[in-house]
Design a protein around this ligand. Structure first.
Ligand code: ZN
Length: 278
C-alpha cells in the first residue's frame, strides 16, 4: 500500500482579493490523500504546506511576492516547505514551535509518504502578539489542545480567523496523538465559539462561512463520546473494553502510524486529561 513513488499535488484557489488558498498533498490513486492548506494573505503566508510539495511551493513562491511567513504549529504538514523561505523571508513562530523547526523529529515511513520529512530551519523570528499585513491587523490567539503551543490568527475587523488544526473533522476524532489533550481541545473550540467570526480558515477544510454550527457539531461529537466513556470507566470498564463497547474504529492507516496515533490515546485523554488553560 505504501510505495515510494510520490506525486505531489498543489492547488491554488483564490478566495477573495486578499486571500489565496494553497492546498498541498501527496497523490494516491489519482486523488489527494489529504490536503493541507496554507493561506497567502496579501504578501504573507500562513503556514507553508507539506514537504512532498516543496518543488511546487517553490515555484508558487517564485511567482508571488512573499515577505513574511507565520507558522501556526510545528506539525510536518504545516511546516514542510519552510526551507524555501529561510534567509530570504522572515519566518515567525513561537518559541516551542521554533524548537521543533530547528530540529524536526523523524516522522517515519508512513508520514514521509503522506506529507514528507521537513528539513531543519534555523533563521526564525519570534512571533509578536499582533501584526499587520497592509490594512489587515491580526491578533495571535493561543489554541492549546491539538498541541499546547498552537496559535491562530484573528482579524477582528474582517472577522476572519485562521484556526490551524483547532477544529478537527469529527470522523477523525476517535484517534489522538499521546500529547493531544482532548478536553483542552474542546475548551479551545468553546473559546472560538465565543469569538466574533464570519469566516473560519481551517487547515484541512479551507474557508468555512458562518462556522458556528460546524464547530458545535465537533464539540458535541467529542462530548458525547466523552460522556459515554466516563460512564463505562466509572462502571469499571477497561480502555480496551470502552473502545469495543463504543465501537470506536480507526481509519485504514491507523496501524501504519506505528503508534503516533491511537484510539486508546483518545479514550485516555477524554477520561483523564484536564483543561489546563482557559
Ligand atoms: Zn497539527
Amino acid at each position: 500500500m505504501v510505495c515510494n513513488m510520490q506525486i505531489a499535488m498543489i492547488e491554488i484557489v483564490p478566495f477573495n482579493e486578499d486571500i489565496t488558498c494553497i492546498k498541498t498533498a501527496t497523490e494516491q490513486d489519482g486523488s489527494a490523500i489529504m490536503f493541507v492548506y496554507a493561506f497567502l494573505v496579501r504578501d504573507a503566508l500562513f503556514d507553508v504546506g507539506c514537504a512532498n510539495a516543496i518543488d511546487e511551493m517553490r515555484e508558487f513562491a517564485g511567482r508571488n511576492e512573499i515577505k513574511h511567513v507565520y507558522i501556526s504549529h510545528s506539525h510536518e504538514d504545516h511546516v514542510g516547505c519552510c526551507k524555501i523561505f529561510e534567509g530570504r523571508t522572515t519566518i515567525y513562530a513561537n518559541e516551542l514551535t521554533q524548537r521543533v523547526l530547528r530540529d524536526p523529529p523523524q516522522y517515519g515511513e508512513f508520514f514521509n509518504y503522506v506529507w514528507g520529512q521537513p528539513e531543519p530551519v534555523s533563521e526564525l523570528s519570534l512571533i509578536p502578539d499582533n501584526f499587520s499585513i497592509g490594512p489587515l491587523n491580526f491578533e495571535v490567539v493561543s489554541l492549546p489542545g491539538h498541541t499546547m503551543e498552537m496559535i491562530g490568527f484573528y482579524e477582528p475587523a474582517r472577522k476572519w480567523f485562521f484556526s490551524a488544526d483547532a477544529v478537527p473533522l469529527p470522523s477523525k476524532k476517535k484517534i489522538a496523538m499521546p500529547d493531544e489533550n482532548i478536553p483542552q481541545m474542546v475548551a479551545t473550540m468553546e473559546k472560538i465559539q465565543a469569538m466574533d467570526i464570519d469566516i473560519l480558515f481551517d487547515s484541512h477544510r479551507g474557508p468555512i462561512e458562518s462556522p458556528r454550527e460546524h464547530i458545535q457539531t465537533r464539540i458535541d461529537y467529542i462530548k458525547e463520546i466523552q460522556r459515554k466513556a466516563l460512564e463505562l470507566h466509572q462502571s469499571g470498564k477497561s480502555i480496551e473494553n470502552i473502545q469495543q463497547t463504543l465501537e470506536l474504529e480507526g481509519p485504514w492507516y491507523l496501524e501504519l502510524t506505528k503508534n503516533r496515533f491511537g484510539i486508546d490515546f483518545f479514550i485516555k485523554s477524554v477520561l483523564f486529561d484536564k483543561v489546563v488553560v482557559t
